[in-house]
Unconditional design. Structure first.
Length: 403
């Protein structure tokens, strides 16, 4: 029988889906046997009739993503408490809806890559499929308790990318044998298969962007939705050569391209969405962006020291990330865009030393998590196989031997 693994994600921010897709890509090979890997968008399960989109014209996650794009993050700590209170009230409905889903689709193991819903996910899986192994993989560097990632009193596995998260899990009463430390955040396999770029090729690529080889270059990126903060950053760093990646935010890209070039200032390259972030990181010497766990980890994986922010607009679940940068000496943490010029100057004053500290971080989390999850499948009770093929819109990966 070919076992079936469900990876649960949603599209609030890009990190949850990206982590699920990365695991889906490597799991069949790491498992060493035929394996079905399904991506399960939680919002599609909870709103199968797409009522929210029909009522509002957008998906539920789009509300959050548009706020990120505009930088409207002040007050999210209070809103998180309201969201969690709403989820507690909705728990019986969540449990019924999810239990029916698992009873129909019959997974052999379930891995959550999302916060806030893990009580309902675990309890519904156990109600529909008793004994089914469950794991929560944090896609943040640390938890934001209570009830964000880690739910006390459940016999599920918690996968942590930092020692801070491990200690949080243990402090919340998770059994030590259910707490697993991996070497960082899950990154796409492309970040683990990088061919070093020769200096000649790097210089040609910089010229093709209108940039000057040999000049320190910063990569500015604020996730898949971009951020209007990038306008302020570009204005604050007129003498610093920049590659600005705006993601799906076409309006931001337009405004950045329209910025006047100061006399004697450094060149800027403005990009929209790109699937080849690895390439542009190879062209940069340092990274500037919000303290998101994915973007910081990608930059560090590519050997780029980081400049990031910590202030009252920092999302509550990302506040530890700035501390992580400080603790490991991975770059500069500044309070606002007004202070960014000083942060860049300090970093560039001894860039080789900062790059050397970054290169000491070795992240193999996507492979470590895949091996751990493959091991969980060995604990799954023997049952009738899950339905096959899957419903339209649910992608499936399978080891070559099972095709």
């Amino acid at each position: 029988m070919i076992p079936t693994l469900d990876l649960v994600y949603f599209n609030a921010g890009g990190g949850h889906r990206a982590a699920a897709q990365a695991l889906q890509a490597v799991l069949p090979q790491r498992a060493g046997r035929p394996l079905r890997v399904r991506l399960v968008n939680l919002m599609e399960v909870l709103d199968a009739q797409d009522r929210f989109r029909r009522l509002t014209g957008m998906a539920p996650e789009d509300v959050y993503n548009r706020r990120l794009a505009r930088g409207w993050t002040l007050g999210l700590a209070q809103e998180l408490k309201l969201l969690q209170a709403t989820l507690r009230l909705a728990h019986p409905w969540l449990l019924r809806t999810l239990q029916a889903h698992w009873a129909e689709t019959r997974p052999d193991a379930v891995v959550s890559l999302i916060p806030n819903f893990n009580r309902a996910l675990y309890e519904s899986v156990q109600a529909a499929r008793p004994g089914t192994p469950c794991a929560t993989v944090l896609t943040d560097l640390a938890d934001h308790p209570p009830h964000f990632w880690i739910e006390p009193g459940q016999d599920q596995h918690i996968v942590c990318g930092t020692e801070r998260a491990v200690q949080q899990a243990l402090a919340q009463g998770v059994a030590p044998h259910n707490v697993h430390r991996v070497s960082g955040m899950i990154l796409r396999p492309a970040f683990h298969a990088v061919t070093p770029l020769a200096e000649v090729a790097r210089a040609e690529a910089l010229r093709a962007l209108g940039l000057q080889p040999g000049r320190p270059t910063g990569l500015v990126m604020f996730g898949g939705q971009g951020s209007m903060q990038m306008l302020r950053i570009a204005r604050s760093l007129p003498q610093v050569q920049l590659i600005l990646v705006c993601g799906h935010n076409a309006a931001l890209a337009e405004r950045l391209r329209a910025l006047p070039q100061p006399d004697g200032g450094a060149a800027r390259a403005v990009l929209g969405f790109t699937a080849d972030v690895v390439h542009y990181m190879q062209l940069a010497d340092f990274f500037v962006g919000k303290p998101g766990p994915g973007s910081l980890s990608e930059a560090v994986q590519m050997g780029l020291p980081v400049i990031t922010f910590e202030n009252r607009w920092t999302m509550p679940q990302e506040r530890y990330n700035a501390q992580w940068v400080r603790e490991l000496g991975l770059g500069e943490v500044v309070p606002s865009v007004r202070a960014i010029a000083g942060g860049v100057a300090r970093l560039l004053a001894d860039l080789p030393a900062a790059q050397a500290r970054v290169r000491r971080v070795h992240n193999q989390a996507v492979f470590e998590v895949a091996d751990l999850v493959a091991g969980l499948l060995e604990q799954a009770p023997a049952r009738a196989p899950a339905p096959w093929p899957q419903a339209e819109g649910v992608p499936v990966a399978m080891a070559p031997a099972a095709r």
